[in-house]
Design a protein around this ligand. Sequence first.
Ligand code: 13P
Length: 251
Amino acid sequence: MRRKVIAGNWKMNMLPNEAIRMIEELAPEVKNTQSEVILCVPFTDLFYALLTAQDTNIKIGAQNMHWEESGAYTGEISAGMLKSIGVEYVIIGHSERRQYFNETDETVNKKVKSALNANLKPIVCVGETLEERENGKAVELVTSQVRKALEGLSKEQVQSIIVAYEPIWAIGTGKTATSEDANSMIKEVRQEIRNIYGQTVADGVIIQYGGSVKSSNSKELFETSDIDGALVGGASLKAEEFAKIVNYNNE
Ligand code: 13P
């Protein structure tokens, strides 16, 4: 059976003192969970977050990286740099980066490869716009994003990635996809991975849902057949609310 992986994406929020406080509050609340707990924090919080989370079951991730190992790329951070301080995960291709920072399926693919080469686990984001969904193009678009993001990877490499299906119309809008719709798209993604990498890889790969996940809807989402957890934005900023999402199965 696949484990649940629940990751927070703080986006451009939280100063170091807020990050430390949040993690100190969260750690005792999630210490007994069977799920994997990850916080993807801004670059400036990484070091503080890693130190604070050191003796806990909370893993720390970044929200972006460059695909080159080093060089004249002012303002960029490489996978090796993240790995060198103890970061384990990195979000790649979030829709906000595709929308505001011109990330494409090609740059996402380069970043995924570079992250894996540095032993970082990528959380690869895919998702359709409302227009694409209304035009009946959502499945085609999302499966194509997955195919392009994973192009050239070996079976072993695909086993260590996480895919996050985040419909753009559900991000920060309070509008969650129904658990049926989210599960059905995630099944399509798993089928696409099965077509390319076979049954064993598809059965093992973690596929999360993201978009207005909160404690009031997480249980329903997580009890479906194919949703393996969530990538949580706004609701990951408060320890109490994020802990409730992690502990969805404690009555
Ligand atoms: P919200 O949970 O705030 O809708 O954000 C989702 C998201 O973009 C996580 O990466």
